[in-house]
Design a protein. Sequence first.
Length: 574
Amino acid sequence: MPNDDQGIDPQTLKNIQTAQTLNGRPQTDFMVEYANIHDLVSKQTERAPEKAYLIYYNEETGEREEYSYKRFHEITNQVANFMINRLGLKRGDRVGTVMYNHAQSVFVYFAAMKLGACVCPVNADDDLEKIVFTFNNAEAKVVFARHDRMDKAKDALGQCPGVETLIQVGGEAAEGVLHLDTEVEKESGEFTPPDMPELLDDALIIYTSGTTGNPKGVVLSQYNLMIDPQSIAKWHKINTGTRMMCILPIHHVNGIVVTLFTPMYAGASVVLNRRFSARNFWKRIADDKVHIVSLVPTVLQFLSEANEDISAYDLDHFRHVICGAGTLSIGVGSRWEDTFGFRIMHGYGLSETTCYDCFLPVDLTDEEHRSYMRDFGYPSIGCPIESNVMDIQDENGNSLGPEKRGEIVIQGHLVMKYYYKRPDANKDTFIHGWFRSGDEGFYKVGTDERQYYFITGRLKELIIRGGINISPFEVEEAMMEVPGVNTALAIAFENDWYGEEVGGYVVLDEGAEVTEQQIIDHCMTKLPYNKCPKVIRFGTEIPVTSTGKFQRIKLKEMFREYEHVQYKDPSKKK
């Protein structure tokens, strides 16, 4: 449970513990069969030592690398021994990483967690200020950096007095710097943690990308990194015969939890890519007999635009894609499913709840799946998985019931430990004994009596025009229906008359000719005037985070000149 030095007051501590319960079952009543992550890897290795766990396509060498459970276990044991013998790391220490998708990154993650240390990954392409903040706030003791990110790491660590050692990973060994590749070969492939980790030990700190202020450190335990994968595997029927693929960045929970820890927990395999490539996507799925891949909406859009003829590939084994971590419109989802014929298992989750909390069920009929993806104004994010429960509540913590909009809230064993050194954020987030997501949504009760949830927008991103809340997703769906519109975002811009007005930022298909008035006129046929965009600005790119989430706030400045304009409904008589 939260440490004394977190500054968490007794009531907030009680609220956190309540939010971590599952139907009254405390988080300390563990629902996994393993004592810790070291135990997990050891037992999976005993069950199938020669089975492939990790397959990596190495862009630097052009080679396909394959690591069996046995070899993966040995290498991570060597890295763990190096961490203890050469770096002096111990249970509870923080290990920073400035790396990207690579087999060696996975080795470092698992090795640190085997000995009970906590991994603090940063996006290797983040700006210096964020990297410095992350390592200082997390109190990182050592940092591992890829050879081509060493200059950035050195610049950052010049401002991080708590970091004792920088270790280079990959490339040619540089003089005066510890080089993991050469040092690890000196270590034994046998390893027993000298101070055995426990399930509630810190395992991972992920820093959320807030729109304002410093990011918050989400602390996840070893238990979090097993209980969510256990539920994900059960929901998607992932077992020892399943092969997954990872194209998302593994400095974030989607890549880490869904496509590293879920296959490990299930005794399955994973194909790790350095990055997403539309050119290699289908070929790799075919060549490696991949069953499931986790994507974000922007990747679906890239694949749809590429519109590759996949008839030449043998894809009989491929089941579906998992999609979340961003705004999926009905248009993007339906276009992808109609183009390629594979289902999108739309879901929802947050770093604060380890990763995924709900998905569309895999056992729906084609008609049912199509309906939940297309017929309710938003694609459904599905039903809660077994390690959590969800609800829709008002600002006072009152449950609102079916089809009423409010805040999506979560209770369960996959809820994080806390925000690191942020008693203010912990107090606000857990105020009613639930994790409050900050997302607005509703649920409908299906004919199968399950609750099907829908997300309508971030509460902080809702457009509040004249005191009326407007979901940006609803406006975006209307704009996306216009032929030639590739991507559309609804933007709240400041306005003297209504506090905020509705703007639209649109990227067109290549060669398309669509006017501002055509988009506005179409929206007028779909939405009441107050929800329609009053101004359309065109561009060629959408700002996104490294995990594919749209950054609407970066587009607000484009609408500054319309702050003093009064917009009147032309259909109303004077």
